[in-house]
Design a protein around this ligand. Structure first.
Ligand code: FNR
Length: 372
């Protein structure tokens, strides 16, 4: 892998942000990097990893390592996925297409955001034979929701990820001060503006009245009113695994099991929604103990290194989603940048496993770590 290293992307995964910051416009930077409010949740996400230390074991005869796994019927070369991230054209003109191509090149699963700058069908074409999941921001309009689920299925997306922590957008001072949200709203509409059910609700073509399209979208975004009793609707319209994203406490994880869900993602949206919330990794062990083995337990928020991956998997995650780091790679070098960031992360994880005496992620467990 090192023969093909791109000079514009660093292998110092923790330092990637600085490099990306130099290429992003101030508006894009203000949207992508910061978190909600004072940034306390994002800091808690990182601090949570420092509370654990890896306990290396020697002379275990693990000459070969196999990182592969199967999660919810999806074969993966390693327990790592690309997290759903909206408006990727902010980072690079190729946006989601570049990310989907990178995922396919590496055999990783790409997760398509509802708030994307490219439609289901465009991304499916770019992704080709690659594995892809779809992330739903649940529209308040039933017909649009059903249409999204159908288009996703028809386009080869196999697992539905339902993001629950974004019923309304978090308080993000950098975006608010820049008056940046209108721009975002208008760019992240590719799935909507290509949707027959969405367009049917407009009295004029979008080109003639773009403000009406924006207003219709704004009307269907807030979904804080959803309840557990709404989940059967998704079962009715989605034939495949369903994963709830944004679960942060044991009680909700148990409710997800009771509701017949196939998996959860322990996540606080990279600290972008609530200011002052618990670190995502702080929430993981108790949740994994409570529901692990019954449903798939995935994890994200704050993962920046191979050692972070090791810790999340040791604390009970079946797989881990990567957010900002791949986006930084995208900003720096498009598809190749995403590939290099993800390859670096996987290589560092593999080396961490090797040096700690493990042959596969499945061997990791609570005894692999000790509290710092
Ligand atoms: C996100 N995230 C996100 N999640 C989601 O379900 N749908 C989305 O459209 C988006 N959009 C989005 C945009 C940007 C710029 C970022 C940084 C994040 C959250 C994402 O899926 C994931 O939960 C976090 O990014 C994980 O945290 P880290 O890895 O960024 O710390």
């Amino acid at each position: 892998m090192f023969a093909n290293m791109l000079p514009e992307v660093t292998t110092d995964l923790a330092g990637l942000e600085e490099k990306a910051a130099a290429t992003l416009s101030p508006d894009a930077l203000g949207y992508i990097v910061p978190s909600a409010g004072s940034g306390a949740t994002a800091r808690a996400n990182r601090a949570a990893f420092d509370k654990w230390q890896i306990v290396p074991r020697m002379l275990r005869g693990s000459a070969e390592r196999d990182l592969s796994c199967t999660v919810l019927g999806t074969d993966m070369p390693a327990p790592v996925l690309i997290a759903p991230v909206g408006v990727q054209q902010l980072a690079h003109p190729d946006g989601e297409l570049a990310t989907a191509r990178a995922a396919t090149a590496l055999g990783l699963t790409y997760t398509h955001s509802t708030a994307a700058t490219h439609s289901f069908e465009q991304v499916a074409e770019a992704s080709g034979t690659g594995s892809r999941w779809y992330q739903l921001y649940w529209p308040t309009d039933r017909d649009v929701c059903i249409s999204f689920l159908k288009r996703a299925k028809d386009s080869g997306f196999t697992t539905l990820v339902v993001t629950l922590d974004t019923g309304v957008l978090g308080w993000r001072p950098k975006d608010l001060d820049r008056g940046y949200l209108p721009f975002l709203v208008n760019t992240g509409l590719a799935n909507y503006l290509t949707d027959p059910a969405f367009l049917a609700g407009l009295s004029k073509p979008v080109e003639q009245d773009p403000a009406a399209a924006t207003a219709r979208w704004i009307g269907m975004f807030p979904h804080v009113g959803l309840a557990w009793s709404d989940l059967p609707f998704l079962r009715e319209h989605w034939d495949g695994p369903i994963v709830l994203k944004g679960i942060c406490c044991v009680e909700d994880a148990r409710l997800a099991v009771d509701a017949g869900m196939d998996g959860i993602i322990v996540s606080n949206h990279g600290g972008r929604q609530i200011d002052g919330a618990r670190g995502s990794l702080d929430a993981l062990p108790a949740i994994a103990t409570a529901v692990g083995g019954q449903i798939a337990v995935l994890f994200d928020s704050g993962v920046r290194t191979g050692a972070d991956l090791f810790k999340a998997l040791a604390l009970g995650a079946d797989a881990v989603l990567i957010g900002r780091p791949f986006l930084y790679g995208l900003a720096l070098a498009g598809q190749s940048g995403v590939e290099q960031v993800m390859r670096s992360l996987l290589a560092e994880f593999d080396i961490t496993l090797a040096l700690s005496g493990y042959g596969s992620p499945a061997e990791l467990g609570p005894s692999s770590l000790l509290p710092a």
